[in-house]
Design a protein around this ligand. Structure first.
Ligand SMILES: *[C@@H]1O[C@H](CO)[C@@H](O)[C@H](O)[C@H]1NC(C)=O
Ligand SMILES: *[C@@H]1O[C@H](CO)[C@@H](O)[C@H](O)[C@H]1NC(C)=O
Ligand SMILES: *[C@@H]1O[C@H](CO)[C@@H](O)[C@H](O)[C@H]1NC(C)=O
Ligand SMILES: *[C@@H]1O[C@H](CO)[C@@H](O)[C@H](O)[C@H]1NC(C)=O
Ligand SMILES: *[C@@H]1O[C@H](CO)[C@@H](O)[C@H](O)[C@H]1NC(C)=O
Length: 292
């Protein structure tokens, strides 16, 4: 039932979040400030994107169109990601951002307890945890951090999303939404800002130098989530020409090589397949189960 409500809400959502959740690469490009070029015919997803010059000056760092000189720090209020703190531009052979490490210490105590970490929308690490242990008829509640633990697991409200059950305080990412949500007692199955926020991958922060070298983002599974890394051209990379079945008049750039939609490029990482699919970036998918 909740799932039903959820999908109705999705249909009423904004065009922006729909696209990021439902179209491959849209979340990635929109985060970089690229503009969608609508698909032809009845296509609901863009054929390609046009991006601003993401790195005009090699001696500067760029975040959301603003240039940062060596040693300057992105104001925290502009960073839409609680896991990136005090990010400073560092220019040497290449320019990149270096951020303070956010260490999340998530301690569970004891073997017999069942614990869940609880989260806030605005914090990187879990803000507490709730533990409970069912014993006989009664419920024995073990409190690990009394400042955070008010409830037992069994007493928590739950949210049912995409066939999984989450407890109050747990975070989840509804399928095809590019959103991160917190299960709360009040959650009504929508993606309302009270419970959910857009996922921000921190692409420019983590991969500044990869963007400037026209490397390709690597995804595991869907190309609607965040990239796990970038793959750059190597001396052994070679292009395998494909068929531009959709007749898309835009090209991808991989290093200094230009590819047409449908072309593949071989990379040195194992189990990784890279293709020009939604220009201008070549995009790679890494197989989830890879034994090499
Ligand atoms: C587009 O959608 C309309 C109505 O659903 C359909 O009649 C038409 O054949 C579709 N065109 C293409 C190219 O799929
Ligand atoms: C409990 O949480 C508070 C607030 O996060 C923290 O300051 C304190 O150190 C924690 N206590 C223990 C025993 O983990
Ligand atoms: C625990 O419950 C008390 C009283 O209901 C409340 O004031 C406090 O904010 C709660 N703490 C947490 C971490 O939910
Ligand atoms: C869900 O909750 C939000 C915020 O509390 C509210 O604005 C919205 O109207 C609710 N939607 C439904 C379908 O109940
Ligand atoms: C492209 O890049 C490769 C490796 O960086 C370099 O060897 C080659 O000369 C470049 N080709 C052009 C046309 O710039």
């Amino acid at each position: 039932m909740k799932v039903g409500i959820f999908f109705v809400a999705l249909c009423l959502g904004s065009a922006y979040s729909d696209m990021a959740g439902e179209c491959d690469m849209a979340g990635f490009y929109l985060e970089l400030g690229c503009k969608a070029v609508p698909g032809t015919g009845n296509a609901t997803c863009p054929d390609y994107f046009t991006c601003p010059d993401l790195h005009p000056d090699p001696k500067m760092c760029y975040y959301r169109g603003v240039a940062y000189a060596d040693g300057s720090t992105i104001p925290q209020t502009l960073i839409n990601n609680p896991c990136s703190q005090a990010c400073r531009c560092r220019v040497s052979a290449e320019s990149r951002f270096e951020c303070a490490a956010v260490d999340c210490v998530e301690v569970f105590d004891g073997d017999l307890q069942q614990c869940v970490n609880t989260y806030d929308l605005d914090s990187c690490c879990s803000t507490g945890n709730v533990c409970g242990e069912a014993k006989g008829k009664g419920l024995q509640i073990s409190i690990i951090n009394s400042s955070h633990c008010n409830f037992s697991i069994a007493g928590l409200k739950t949210c049912e999303v995409d066939g999984k059950t989450y407890r109050e305080g747990e975070s989840f990412e509804p399928k095809d939404t590019h959103k991160s949500c917190i299960c709360t007692g009040e959650w009504n199955g929508t993606l309302d800002a009270d419970y959910c926020r857009d996922i921000n991958c921190g692409i420019e922060i983590h991969y500044q130098e990869k963007l400037s070298e026209n490397c390709a983002p690597v995804f595991i599974g869907s190309k609607r989530g965040c990239p796990i890394s970038f793959s750059c051209p190597s001396p052994t990379s070679r292009v395998v020409r494909g068929n531009n079945l959709r007749g898309i008049n835009s090209q991808c750039l991989f290093g200094n090589v230009t590819l047409t939609v449908g072309d593949e490029v071989t990379v040195s990482e194992s189990c990784t397949k890279c293709i020009c699919d939604v220009p201008p970036f070549v995009t790679c998918t890494m197989k989830n189960a890879c034994n090499e």
